[in-house]
Design a protein around this ligand. Structure first.
Ligand SMILES: CC(C)(COP(=O)(O)OP(=O)(O)OC[C@H]1O[C@@H](n2cnc3c(N)ncnc32)[C@H](O)[C@@H]1OP(=O)(O)O)[C@@H](O)C(=O)NCCC(=O)NCCS
Length: 330
């Protein structure tokens, strides 16, 4: 069974609810139909009711099987606008501005998740990543103990050292260009947690670098070491080590040679890249040259989940991300 099928099975078993804010996009409607048919989770679609009904008719979605909400007409609209106003008033938000933002499906969807009326929000087929993340940060905010929103990719290699469908979690590959040591430690904490939630195995975290255990001296290496130190203090229960090169992290023989005393070297399954250049290039190299399936970006670090999509996504991608997103809730 593929990791994605496994994730879908887990999602089915816990019976959660996803809110899809981009109801005016036909991929959302096709995805909603598929989610319902597969019984993955319950679906709330946001947008203008007549527009959604029309699209639903075209694509054979029975609207009685989903919940359709037009934000500005919803009974909780004022409560949600107030929530946003309270959260952001110190940053210059007025109630009027909050009401205008709450009329947008992205903000309303985030408020549904924040208040527990849905378990996860999935958008970005139409909206930019920046808009999806900004709404999530403003309405939902970060999880306790986490200082940055970040992302990870679930990478499935067809074969690695004789093991079929080998999975790794890579973080951060899509959000934060230049994390400092504290942020890198938070990225590692979020990525380890995401690995545990989605894959189910114990995470073994490698803080990647161009140096292994002092083989090179540089300020960039020091940042990685500092991040590891912070992480270990905050999460003594999670196996983590560094700084180490990629080969030392994942190849047992090289790990044994370059970092003989490490419990992580050669066995890492969560790979933390020192910055976004490395993370983004690293996941694309693995995807394009090694034929890995890259599932993500999975947005992490929020108090409750809101996930982004690529604007080039298919309806099937929305289905897959919905299954992942509902599992991201603690
Ligand atoms: C997250 C993001 C939307 C913030 O954009 P922005 O609004 O222009 O950023 P600003 O620097 O003006 O910050 C706005 C607020 O978000 C917060 N913020 C920005 N990045 C953050 C992060 N990674 N984690 C937590 N908070 C963050 C800032 O602290 C600020 O908070 P405040 O308003 O409470 O003071 C932006 O960094 C982004 O678009 N990231 C995604 C990058 C991307 O497109 N990647 C490729 C696609 S996969």
């Amino acid at each position: 069974m593929s990791i994605l099928d496994n994730i879908k099975d887990k999602a089915k078993a816990i019976g959660r609810t996803v809110v899809l804010p981009e109801g005016y996009d036909e991929r959302t409607i096709i995805a909603a139909k598929s989610i319902i048919e597969q019984n993955l989770c319950k679906v709330i679609i946001l947008g203008k009711t007549d527009e959604i009904n029309k699209l639903a008719g075209t694509h054979g979605l029975e609207t009685s099987k989903v919940t359709v909400i037009q934000p500005e007409n919803a009974p909780d609209f004022d409560e949600f606008a107030e929530l946003l106003f309270e959260r952001r008033k110190a940053k210059g938000m007025t109630l009027e501005k909050a009401k205008n933002l709450m009329k947008t499906e992205l903000y309303y969807g985030a408020a549904m998740v924040k208040t527990g009326k849905a378990d996860a929000s999935v958008a970005g087929a139409v909206n930019t990543t920046g808009n999806v993340l900004r709404a999530a940060l403003q309405v939902i905010g970060l999880a306790e103990g986490i200082n940055t929103l970040s992302s990870c990719f679930l990478m499935t290699l067809p074969e690695f050292l004789g093991e079929k469908d080998k999975t790794f979690m890579f973080g951060d590959c899509a959000v934060l260009p230049n994390p400092n040591a504290e942020q890198l430690a938070s990225i590692a904490a979020s990525t380890a947690e995401t690995y545990q939630k989605l894959v189910g195995d114990e995470p073994r975290v490698a803080f990647l670098s161009f140096s292994t255990k002092g083989s090179a001296k540089h300020a960039d290496v020091n940042k990685v070491l500092e991040a590891l130190e912070i992480f270990k203090k905050q999460h003594p229960e999670i196996q983590a080590d560094g700084e180490m090169q990629l080969d030392a992290a994942v190849m047992p023989k090289i790990g044994a040679k370059k970092a003989p005393d490490s419990t992580v070297a050669g066995k890492a399954n969560v790979l933390i890249f020192p910055d976004l250049d490395a993370g983004n290039i690293g996941y694309k190299l693995t995807q394009r040259f090694a034929g890995a399936i890259a599932t993500g970006p999975i947005i992490q670090g929020l108090e409750v989940p809101a996930n982004d999509l690529s604007r080039g996504c298919s309806a099937d991608d929305i289905v897959d991300v919905s299954a992942i997103a509902v599992l991201m809730k603690g």
